[in-house]
Design a protein around this ligand. Structure first.
Ligand SMILES: NC(=[NH2+])NCCC[C@H](N)C(=O)O
Length: 412
């Protein structure tokens, strides 16, 4: 059997991928909660599910095995016999380490089948669904009107972010905003207890117990020894240093000796590197023109292992094309601008994840159908573009790359 996680590029043929089918969590909130939950609108659930099923079908039809986060989580909890411990952890991270509300929530969730419990935790627990009136100070003094005991986790269908495969291992991420903090606990549980992953010698290059922030949308596996990581709204430079130290440590036996840190604007529309830059073929990339300054400049820092105190060297550069050519050993490079360079179209299509392409083989990409200008341009550049439905899914501000966590890709 091949390793349960094996990803040495962004473009190798996709063999196994982790998705999360959108559930009640994507509609279980009010407009007042949207901003905090990192959504710009409230999707229509049945349509979102249809769109997501169509996306999964495309991946399956092209030879990928599709696994679902909700199922793996429940299977892992059962296999490890850790329902109690899992609940304690998620309750603690939801603000209930002890007390009567903790006890009531625990009793309620414990009474469910493991899969129902997982679905419930993901979709949120409202106050009116438990026969219990909290008497603690928080409920009395702070939370009187708030309708939830446990918030929904609508961003779970962006499986890309809570963890990221690198080589034969992964990072399990400490995420930036409260709205997403708890998400990576599912992946940690899967890696620890699911028979498919547990005790298989997987490297966890960096775990979720850090104060510095890292999200998978910023982590791009450019080759079997080069990563690109965004310095972004969601990923801090100090977290990238951690990743470098871990991957460059000879004791950890990783193949990675190069990290290109790329600084992008810190805002909601471009929250991760993969919303503005993706690799789609050996020598082709999408790039949102909005991240490039005058003369196409952008700040990058290339890190290599070194025998100094930091454990690495850094080299500053502003020529992304030159840096990519050098580190990937390419003589030519095709950087394809989102929206064909038209400022209105580029802005619009980037907002709807026009740069967020998922390569499922070299030169074969899945994109949102609504970004028709960028899609057409990709076709003109020789790519095979499979476009997928996107009216509802795009309201969560993530595209095909965000919605997928590759676990196994064929080597190039
Ligand atoms: N890899 C990505 N670009 N993911 C997009 C995540 C979108 C999500 N609403 C968030 O703000 O976190």
């Amino acid at each position: 059997m091949t390793a349960p996680i094996h990803v040495r590029s962004e473009i190798g043929k996709l063999k196994t991928v982790l998705l999360k089918r959108p559930g009640e969590e994507i509609e279980n909130f009010t407009p007042e909660m949207m901003e905090r939950l990192l959504f710009d609108d409230i999707p229509f659930l049945p349509e979102a599910q249809k769109e997501h099923d169509a996306f999964a079908d495309i991946l399956r039809d092209n030879g990928a095995e599709v696994l679902y986060l909700e199922n793996l989580s429940a299977e892992a909890i059962d296999a490890g016999n850790v329902k109690d411990a899992f609940l304690e952890e998620i309750l603690t991270e939801s603000g209930y380490a002890a007390g009567t509300t903790h006890d009531a929530l625990k009793e309620y969730l414990m009474s469910m089948s493991t899969l129902d419990m997982v679905d419930k935790i993901m979709s949120g627990v409202r106050k009116n669904e438990i026969d219990f009136v909290p008497s603690d100070l928080v409920s009395a003094a702070e939370d009187r009107e708030y309708p939830f005991f446990m918030d929904p986790m609508p961003n779970l269908y962006f499986t890309r972010d809570p963890a990221a495969s690198i080589g034969d291992g992964l990072t399990i991420n400490r995420m930036t905003f409260d709205a997403r903090h708890r998400e990576s606990l599912f992946m940690e549980t899967i890696i620890k207890y699911h028979p498919r992953f547990a005790d298989k010698g997987l490297h966890v290059w960096r775990d979720r117990y850090h104060t510095t922030r890292l999200e998978g949308g910023d982590e791009l596996v450019l080759s079997d020894h080069v990563l690109a990581i965004g310095v972004s709204q969601r990923t801090s430079a100090d977290a990238i240093q951690d990743v470098a130290r871990s991957l460059f440590d000879p004791a950890n036996d990783s193949e990675y000796d190069t990290i290109i840190a790329i600084e992008i604007p810190h805002n909601h529309a471009m929250m991760h590197l993969d919303t503005v830059f993706t690799m789609i073929n050996h020598d082709q990339f999408t790039v949102h023109p909005g991240i490039l300054g005058e003369g196409g400049k952008i700040d990058t820092w290339t890190m290599h292992p070194a025998n100094n105190e930091d454990g690495f060297t850094i080299e500053h550069n502003q020529d992304l094309e030159g840096v990519l050519k050098k580190e990937l050993g390419l003589s030519e490079l095709d950087l394809i601008p989102t929206g064909d360079g038209d400022p209105i179209i580029a802005g619009r299509e980037q907002w709807n994840d026009g740069s967020n392409t998922l390569a499922i083989a070299p030169g074969v990409v899945v994109t949102y159908n609504r970004n028709y200008v960028s899609n057409e341009l990709l076709r003109k550049h020789g790519l095979k573009v499979i476009d997928t439905l996107s009216s509802e899914l795009s309201r969560g501000r993530g595209g095909p790359r965000c919605m997928s966590m590759p676990l196994v890709r064929e080597d190039l």
